[in-house]
Design a protein around this ligand. Structure first.
Ligand SMILES: [Zn+2]
Length: 117
């Protein structure tokens, strides 16, 4: 069953040769690929209305190769391309360290109201 998921996963992936990124060509949310997997038997029992669960594609492939990501850690893109699902471009980081790839960092000493020169 897991192998079928991997084949389905790879049918959504487009390899970008110059960068080596594996671009997710399926559904996306805010730039991140979304992959729907079948729920486990236990999950279906507690919520039988839907048989599938959407997960972040890059996180799914990372966990496929390296096992479950511990709580408090995130899968970060070393290549800074959120739709990339190449496991060689992914790494585990604590949440506070992922700011450089997504959230804006503002220096409080510069501030937003600065006149142009
Ligand atoms: Zn990449």
């Amino acid at each position: 069953m897991y192998t079928q998921d991997l084949e389905r996963f790879q049918s959504h992936v487009h390899v970008d040769l110059p960068s080596g990124c594996h671009i997710w060509a399926g559904a996306q949310t805010r730039g991140y690929g979304q992959f729907s997997v079948r729920k486990s038997r236990e999950e279906r029992r507690s919520n039988p209305r839907s048989g599938n669960r959407r997960v972040q594609a890059h996180k799914w492939i990372f966990e496929y190769h390296y096992g479950q990501v511990e709580k408090g850690l995130e899968v970060d893109h070393k290549c800074l391309n959120p739709s990339c699902v190449n496991v060689e471009h992914l790494q585990k980081l604590t949440k506070t360290k992922t700011w450089r790839s997504g959230a804006k960092f503002t220096c409080k000493f510069i501030g937003p109201k600065r006149n142009a020169m």
